[in-house]
Design a protein around this ligand. Structure first.
Ligand SMILES: [Zn+2]
Length: 406
């Protein structure tokens, strides 16, 4: 019999007397004994990933969702293997390389790209904008495609743009990316700036529209200002736990509790450097003195395909040298968030296709979700708990945000 989740939590915290049983047993997904029960949970659950950056690939290289690739993390065949019900594709533009008007124009270009890519596969994909659409997708055996906008810089300072993003189907906005805007602070800046007057109007308008407010990437001060401002529950689309890994993109226990108390959801990010300080240190040590991806792109400026190939080779060499953390490291973040905020406050926000290949062993792409189910089960999460984490919580949140709109 597995120890319960609480027993493992006590064990990890060093407060249990009897936790002599060496490592948690979920570290080897290959030896999972009861895949059948895992398959049951998976097939009856709404399986929703809140953050996939695959549109970056669609834009850069015409990445085809319909074929199974031997690189990247998301395509229809691998979503099918992972039992996925729905993904939020991220509408991402750099806040560093673009002015706000440029970023805004590009956002609409990417939205149309996602919409047309989804329309190419009517047997498999359903463009969705509401919780009810996700239910329809599941009933008809399709995968719901949703969109979230990653960064308030794409509003170009205009609520009209926000409304237009909503009208074109986007159902969340991450208030910042890695830089402060004029109206909100980013965790990527040292200033710890708060939410300005226009930022409060953005949050209020999102509440009115029924668009989820995403606090991944914001500064600590902006986070707490948002919590004071919003009248709908908010979410983190792709953030892990700062108590386990110190990156400023992660959420403190106080933040996890605050989101949970309002009925929101923290969707755990799978990026190695956000999960494991030791990985982050090994990774930056390896990178020292080597050409960066920007250097490689510059070198192959006239041949983007050659640049992509060289970047992939660089990543493979890095992972071979640095090593992937075990799946247990990722499970620790799910478990920690559940212990702090309750199991109702946890979801999945992989960041697939946005973190190169720097993902834990056993979670190399979206087809590996069954490993997460097995791992959580081995830590004593009940099938009902797992169903909530896989997407039940997110669906509840979407319904709440929709109900509070208007
Ligand atoms: Zn991000």
């Amino acid at each position: 019999m597995n120890p319960t989740r609480r027993e493992w939590a006590a064990c990890l915290a060093g407060t249990a007397l009897a936790c002599s049983s060496s490592a948690p047993p979920e570290t080897n997904p290959e030896s999972a004994p009861d895949g059948a029960s895992g398959q049951d949970v998976l097939s009856r659950s709404y399986v929703l990933d809140l953050h996939c950056d695959t549109p970056i690939l669609m834009l850069a290289e015409g990445y085809d969702l319909g074929i199974e690739h031997d690189y990247a993390q998301v395509d229809i065949p691998r979503m099918r293997k992972g039992g996925v019900t729905g993904v939020f594709f991220s509408i991402y533009t750099s806040a560093v390389r673009n002015t706000e008007p440029e970023a805004s124009a590009k956002a609409f270009e990417i939205i149309e790209l996602v919409r047309s890519e989804a329309a190419r596969f009517p047997q498999d994909l359903l463009l969705a904008t509401a919780a009810a659409d996700i239910e329809t997708a599941k009933k008809s055996g399709k995968i719901a495609v949703l969109m979230g906008v990653e960064g308030g810089h794409m509003l170009n300072g205009s609520l009209d743009v926000l409304r237009e993003l909503y009208r074109r189907g986007c159902r969340y906005l991450t208030l910042t990316h890695s830089r402060d805007t004029a109206w909100a602070g980013s965790s990527g800046s040292q200033a710890n700036k708060g939410l300005g007057e226009f930022g409060r109007e953005v949050v209020a308008e999102m509440n009115r529209l029924g668009m989820m407010v995403d606090i991944s990437h914001v500064s600590d001060k902006t986070f707490f200002d948002v919590m004071e401002t919003t009248r709908s529950p908010v979410m983190a689309s792709h953030s892990s736990a700062r108590a386990l890994a110190s990156h400023g993109r992660n959420m403190t226990d106080e933040m996890i509790r605050a989101v949970a108390e309002q009925g929101g959801v923290v969707h755990i990010n799978y990026y190695n450097a956000f999960l494991d300080d030791d990985y982050a240190a090994r990774s930056s040590k390896w990178s020292r003195g080597k050409p960066s991806e920007t250097d490689i792109r510059r070198k192959h400026k006239s041949d983007p395909a050659a640049a992509r190939k060289a970047i992939r080779e660089r990543l493979a060499a890095k992972l071979a040298a640095v090593g992937r953390p075990p799946l247990a490291v990722l499970l620790n973040h799910f478990e920690h968030a559940a212990n702090v905020g309750g199991v109702e406050a946890v979801g999945m926000g992989s960041d697939f296709d946005g973190v190169n290949d720097e993902l834990p062993a056993g979670m190399e792409d979206i087809s590996k979700i069954p490993n997460l189910v097995d791992g959580l089960s081995r830590r004593g999460f009940s099938d009902d708990d797992i169903e909530k984490i896989l997407g039940g919580n997110t669906l509840r949140l979407m319904r709440a945000v929709e109900a509070a709109a208007g």
